[in-house]
Design a protein around this ligand. Structure first.
Ligand code: SAM
Length: 280
């Protein structure tokens, strides 16, 4: 039986199965083993970690994860053409690779393994933030994440207060995870090349969110505050509550301030003030 080293190159398999990239599935494939090994290395020591890979495509990153020693990879792929193209790899992985043909947005990725998994993926750009948001809801079940995003999205995830990229996504992600930018990947590395650059991020879920707040309340507060980011919070928050000024003052925030200058701690205080007001 074939093993990993004797498989044809991934590019040849993609050709053989007529895997022309579909834009609707966010398909931009990677065939460069050096780059793929670098992404796998960003995940750290894989020898004792179960991995859930989102969107294996023709299997370049999947092979890199297996080469790096992952004992069990569960790969979730929506495109049946890719599932067919991956069968040889399944056989060559001798039980270490399991495929799940499914929409990553409709399965609980964090519960596909028996132990707490590492989630890895060169994500389809058009569904990346939604996939991440779902993973954050189960962050306590996730050991870590190494995910590729389009660079603009990665910039927003990692942004700090007072910068133009700081917004809802920055707060929601950093509230639950420590975020580390690993490296950028140029558009020319993909087949076909997308119109944008990409970045690999490492996200480490925190044992507890940074500050107490109800996630739904925090989401609503962020939506209102950043919905009109050029306005003062007094105005922006009035779309959520007629008591906007009272809420801001209860949370110790200047109503004349703008959303992009608030820390995560201040947004959590505002979410708690809003929850308390709603309960009355
Ligand atoms: N991992 C491969 C690579 O690096 O070459 C492919 C990456 S490609 C950017 C994204 C992959 O995610 C594609 O294979 C695509 O079919 C798959 N995909 C897109 N939307 C998906 C979804 N909702 N659920 C699961 N897989 C999806």
């Amino acid at each position: 039986m074939a093993d990993l080293d004797s498989l044809p190159p991934v590019r040849d398999i993609a050709d053989r199965f007529g895997l022309r990239a579909r834009r609707s599935l966010g398909q931009n494939f990677l065939f460069d083993d050096n780059l793929l090994d670098r992404i796998a290395r960003a995940a750290g020591d894989l020898s004792t970690t179960e991995v859930v890979e989102v969107g294996p495509g023709p299997g370049g990153l999947t092979r890199a994860l297996l080469r790096a020693g992952a004992p069990h990879v569960v790969a979730v792929e929506k495109d049946p053409r890719c599932i067919a193209a991956l069968q040889e790899l399944v056989a060559a992985a001798h039980g270490r690779l399991e495929l799940v043909e499914a929409d990553a947005l409709s399965v609980e990725l964090a519960t596909l393994t028996t132990t707490t998994p590492l989630i890895v993926g060169n994500l389809p750009f058009n569904a990346a933030t939604e996939i991440l948001m779902r993973l954050l809801d189960r962050a306590e079940r996730v050991k870590g994440m190494v995910l590729m995003f389009q660079r603009e999205v990665g910039d927003r995830i990692a942004a700090v207060p007072g910068t133009k990229d700081y917004g809802r996504l920055s707060v929601m992600v950093q509230w639950r995870c420590a975020v580390e930018r690993c490296f950028e990947v140029p558009a020319r590395a993909f087949v076909p090349p997308p119109k944008v650059q990409a970045v690999v991020l490492r996200l480490k879920p925190r044992a507890e969110p940074l500050y107490p707040a109800d996630p739904a309340a925090l989401r609503k507060v962020l939506m209102a505050a950043f919905g009109q980011r050029r306005k003062t919070l007094r105005n922006a928050m009035s779309t959520l509550s007629e008591h906007a000024v009272d809420l801001l003052e209860t949370a110790g925030i200047d109503p004349g301030e703008r959303a992009e200058r608030l820390s995560i701690e201040q947004f959590c205080a505002l979410a708690r003030a809003w929850s308390a007001c709603e309960e009355k």
